[in-house]
Design a protein around this ligand. Structure first.
Ligand code: SPV
Ligand code: MG
Length: 434
């Protein structure tokens, strides 16, 4: 007689005795098949696991009582259940409430179709794999793991959401912010180090006046207290001779990608209304810069993203597309197309034409002016990264200014209390303060 099959779906980013308890009990019912959640399946509700699928598989396959490991490509168990038709599915009873409830319902109705049974075992108390995995992520927060995580994310998610962080505290906010609603889970995939907000927070203009070591010192402080990948805005990249030196420091710190814009001379911010004082670099010179970065970088995963300013500078679509082609041929690992229009018309036209030729080169956009576009529309146009390039700074500034003015107006601070984080909360914010 065929031995019965028992299915367990696991993420197994941090294996603990609770998993062993589950497998030990499950094997009493038959051969245990583990549906191991892929990076893809995990990313949309837990974030990127510390260990990749193959690493996690190596651990799980060697656990006593595991008969086989198969990939579970979705958070939803029902797809594998339909395929494998196990006699039993075993799950901890922790999904009787909360965000997994709808998965439970789906699993039950799928099992019913072929006579499978759901066995719910008491969840092992006092241990949480999510909490353990989060702690581990902080411990294994090496430059290399962080640097490489951008490529892993690009391979696992339709669109990555990056947000500007100009200080460690803004990065902590960006690292921890999330939105949950039924089966929707959203968080930020990483940070954008913006030349505009870095310069503005130092009270300086966005004209490449901050030197790279100053920018990197800020990023180093951000990295001290966070784990997510960072994309750095390196403006024009500066002088070719300096670029080579800077890329070494940038990569060593664990930055995952640089975005370099094809302007030359005194660089001004692209969102300025007047652009007549801004000049685009020659294709030849910009390609040499791309090549210098490529010959300097050590990790394959370190990305150089070429930023095209043709639409900003009114050079036309054909110029933008031509440059994309040339920059990719010179070794760019991705393209950022910039626009300061209110509508998505030109950016979408670029994306459609670009995708006809380059199916898999990552495409980045920065919807600061065309901000009514939704991420789903960007996915439909096959953008891979969306950068909210200045929003944390822009939200902090008016809040600070309002409080400063209110204190002056009332001659005391009581009226501002409603806008403030309480003293109790600020003392709790950073562990170790109270
Ligand atoms: C920045 O954030 O500094 C950028 C994007 O370069 S933009 O401000 O739109 O030019
Ligand atoms: Mg910039």
């Amino acid at each position: 007689m065929r031995k019965k099959i028992v299915y367990i779906g696991l993420s197994a980013d941090s294996v603990h005795h609770g998993h062993i308890n589950l497998i030990e009990k499950a094997r009493n019912y038959g051969n245990v098949i583990i549906g191991l959640l892929t990076d893809n399946a995990l990313i949309n509700y837990k974030g990127l696991p510390l260990l990749n699928y193959e690493q996690r598989k190596k651990i799980i396959i060697n656990l006593k009582g595991v008969f086989k490991v198969v990939p579970q490509h979705q958070w939803d168990y029902s797809i594998n259940l339909k395929k494998i038709k196990p006699d039993f599915m075993v799950h901890g009873d922790d999904w009787l409430s909360g965000p997994q409830l709808f998965l439970r319902k789906r699993a039950i109705s799928t099992l019913k179709k072929f006579g499978g049974k759901l066995i719910e075992l008491p969840y092992t108390k006092g241990v949480s794999s999510t909490a353990l995995a989060n702690e581990q992520k902080k411990l294994f927060n090496t430059s290399e793991i962080r640097l490489k995580s951008l490529k892993r994310l690009l391979n696992s998610k339709k669109i990555l959401r990056f947000i500007e962080t100009h200080s460690p505290i803004s990065a902590i906010i960006a690292e921890n912010a999330n939105y949950k609603n039924k089966n929707i889970y959203r968080d930020f995939d990483g940070f954008w180090s913006s030349s505009l907000t870095d310069a503005t927070s130092m009270g300086k203009p966005d004209i490449e006046a901050l030197d790279v070591s100053e920018r990197l010192s800020n990023i180093n402080n951000i990295f001290d207290v966070t784990t997510k990948p960072l994309i750095m805005d390196i403006d024009t990249g500066g002088k070719i001779e300096h670029l080579k030196l800077n890329i070494r420091s940038i990569e060593r710190l664990g930055i995952s990608a640089v975005i370099m814009e094809d302007k030359t001379g005194l660089k001004k911010n692209s969102l300025n209304e007047k652009t007549s004082n801004q000049k685009q670099d020659s294709i030849k010179n910009f390609c040499s810069k791309i090549k210098v970065i490529n010959s300097t970088k050590i990790n394959d995963e370190f990305m150089i993203i070429a930023r095209i300013e043709s639409l900003i500078l009114k050079k036309g679509m054909a110029d933008a597309l031509k440059r994309a082609k040339k920059y990719i041929a010179a070794g760019a690992n991705g393209i950022m197309i910039h626009s300061k229009e209110k509508s998505t018309k030109e950016i979408f036209e670029f994306a459609s034409k670009f995708r006809k030729r380059f199916n898999s080169v990552p495409l980045v956009c920065v919807p600061s002016t065309y901000n009514s576009v939704r991420e789903n529309n960007l996915i439909a146009k096959k953008f891979n990264i969306v950068i909210y390039a200045n929003h944390l700074f822009r939200s902090a500034y008016p809040a600070m200014e309002k409080t400063a003015k209110e204190i002056l107006k009332y001659g005391r601070s009581k009226e501002s209390d409603k806008n403030l984080i309480s003293i109790k909360e600020i003392l709790k914010l950073i562990p170790g303060t109270d």
